[in-house]
Design a protein around this ligand. Structure first.
Ligand code: HEM
Length: 144
């Protein structure tokens, strides 16, 4: 592919396509949770989750599908979601936020996604991840 023909991630469904559509995202999320089970720095993050990750896997896969410009499967199956609100009861701090992003980065490396895509995705995912951390911090500070 010529440099000029490279997809511009974030436009239309370019990110969804680059991720390998639903099959690719499903494999990425599976690998992400495998990493969460094995990376030592993800221990506290893993403990925030239930033992059985079946629903968590499906929800993250469906969410990422729409977030990447593909079918809005999360909304179709579970209704609307505001990501920081959905996490405000979890004790997210800088370490668990970084661990989440590390699991995702490692999953992208394991699955041989191109470096440009990896960097793009991690940079974009860091935005909602930071909103989640700030919301959790706010909740912890102001809850009665
Ligand atoms: C900042 C670090 C993050 C932490 C510590 C975290 C932690 C969690 C936990 C513990 C759950 C509940 C799982 C369950 O009960 O099955 C969850 C659910 C979820 N997370 Fe995260 N998460 C983080 C970042 C993100 C990001 C960046 C996204 C999306 C881009 C995301 C998307 C979701 C979705 C869609 C759900 C399902 C929500 C629902 O139950 O309705 N998370 N997360």
């Amino acid at each position: 592919m010529q440099e000029s023909e490279l997809p511009i991630y974030g436009q239309g469904d370019a990110t969804y396509k680059a991720a390998g559509e639903l099959d690719g995202i499903t494999a990425l999320v599976d690998r992400f949770y495998e990493r969460m089970d094995t990376l030592p720095e993800a221990k506290a993050l893993r403990e925030m989750h239930p033992a059985d990750l079946t629903v968590a896997r499906r929800k993250l896969t469906y969410f990422l599908s729409g977030w990447m410009g593909g079918p809005k499967l999360f909304k179709e199956h579970y209704g609307p979601i505001v990501i920081p609100d959905a996490h405000k009861h979890f004790p997210v701090d800088m370490d668990s936020k970084n661990a989440w992003l590390k699991c995702m980065e490692q999953a992208l490396i394991d699955l041989d996604y191109p470096e440009s895509f990896r960097h793009y995705l991690i940079e974009k995912l860091a935005i909602p991840a930071e909103s989640i951390r700030l919301m959790a911090e706010h909740e912890a500070k102001y809850k009665a």
